[in-house]
Design a protein around this ligand. Sequence first.
Ligand code: ZN
Length: 149
Amino acid sequence: MMKLKVDAIKNGTVIDHIKAGKGLQVADILNLQGNNVVMIGINLNSQKIGKKDIIKIENKELSPEEVNSIALIAPNASLIIIKDYQVNQKNTVELPDFIENIIKCPNPKCITNIEQVSSKFYVIKENEPKVRCHYCEKKYNVNDIQIRI
Ligand SMILES: [Zn+2]
């Protein structure tokens, strides 16, 4: 069994099993400015996935939008909620079928970039997930899209 060092935070969220190299990208889409204590581990050894990144955020629970965004970037990440130094909940993120608002369509001619229309994307669950815009129907790799929460 891998021993998780969760004693570093009293209350908050641990995002574990992020594929190595994606940790900073995950941290980037979360709103981590402010007073939250954040610890990011890069290239840690993991028995489960080889190398991994991990993020621990004190006093924060993730919104559904944030969880969906993490799922796009790190489809196999685990979310661990810590309460009073104990693991309160542990889940694996799941790619949603449909994502609203949080992706900016890269197509400048897309109606979502011209009018005040919120974006809607279908998630194509392949090995490297892709998304397809509901309005202009263009398909994008997750690495090519801008995520804004
Ligand atoms: Zn579009």
